[in-house]
Design a binder for this molecule. Structure first.
Ligand SMILES: C[S@@+](CC[C@H](N)C(=O)[O-])C[C@H]1O[C@@H](n2cnc3c(N)ncnc32)[C@H](O)[C@@H]1O
Length: 281
């Protein structure tokens, strides 16, 4: 395990993923019944944007840095506002110095009855995560393999909620592992919402992954991809797969993703795609 999210925290892919994550949490909050979030690859929780890792890549400047500084069209801005408010809450001085990862974004939007289970296997990231969760009784961080956790923690007793699967994609077989894992998980907990993140580097692998999901028997799957264009070698596009997305999420993403992609674009070829792999069409 070499991956360290501190190098990438707050980059365009985090903004894309976390903006959608926050929209899902807001939908979950619409009903009073408790929900559970299971974050299978949770990361360290809180990232120092002034630290050596973030400074070395400067990726956050082209991600959350830009999005905070650039006004969006009103409809998109109001959909993005709750995410930006959580980021602002971690930066009380106003200047952007810290970035909350998925478990902290979730915790901020949870109510007293909701629960978070966050898996993180890498020891130093797990220790940091424990500190970041600050002994909040609604959250539990576990030093467990997220793929094992996925099987162990489903179905949760709350019976409603979200599973976020955000692996580091260090292994060559990560796409097929992800496809198998989501099929198994969805069988164990068919009504849960699932959000899967993937990098778009190898288009053939991504196409194959989409086809495998479309043929998996899972009835409702929405796919969103966002590209920042440009010709650089590093990551320039990422995707999200959403199983059982909340009602109205697709419509919200249609409003949000175009303006977001324009702000995040680093060159020609930027944009977004949104389509149903199964259902809704
Ligand atoms: C992309 S980062 C997670 C970012 C986080 N979900 C967020 O949005 O802020 C992936 C994380 O998975 C951890 N990891 C790698 N292999 C793992 C495994 N088998 N089980 C759980 N965590 C793992 C890495 O240490 C890393 O912190």
């Amino acid at each position: 395990m070499n991956y360290r999210h501190a190098f990438h925290a707050g980059n365009f892919a985090d903004v894309f993923k976390h903006a959608v994550l926050v929209r899902i949490l807001l939908h979950l909050r619409e009903k009073p019944a408790a929900f559970r979030v299971i974050d299978t690859h949770a990361g360290a929780g809180l990232y120092d944007l002034t630290g050596p890792e973030a400074e070395r890549t400067g990726e956050w400047r082209q991600g959350i840095g830009r999005v905070r500084a650039t006004p969006l069209a009103p409809a998109a801005a109001s959909l993005l506002a709750p995410y930006l408010e959580v980021v602002a809450a971690f930066n009380p001085g106003g200047a952007l110095a810290r970035y909350p990862g998925s478990p902290l974004l979730v915790l901020r939007l949870m109510r007293s009855q909701d629960r978070l289970t966050a898996c993180e296997l890498e020891p130093s990231a797990n220790a940091a995560l424990k500190r970041a969760l600050a002994a909040d009784l609604r959250a539990k961080s576990v030093a467990i393999d997220g793929w094992v956790g996925l099987n162990a923690f489903l179905p949760p007793k709350e019976r409603r909620g979200l599973v976020l699967i955000d692996p580091p994609f260090e292994q060559p077989d990560e796409f097929s592992r992800l496809a198998h894992a989501i099929v198994k998980a969805q069988r164990k907990w068919p009504t849960g919402i699932y959000m899967l993140w993937y990098p778009i580097k190898d288009r053939r692998a991504v196409t194959h992954f989409g086809r495998a999901l479309a043929e998996s028997g899972i009835p409702k799957i929405l796919r969103a991809e966002l590209s920042i264009g440009g010709g650089a070698d590093d990551l320039g596009a990422a995707g999200l797969v959403l199983v059982n997305p909340p009602w109205r999420l697709a419509e919200e993403m249609e409003t949000l993703l175009g303006p977001l992609a324009r702000v995040l674009a680093r060159g020609p070829g930027g944009g977004y795609g949104l389509d149903w792999l199964r259902g809704e069409n």
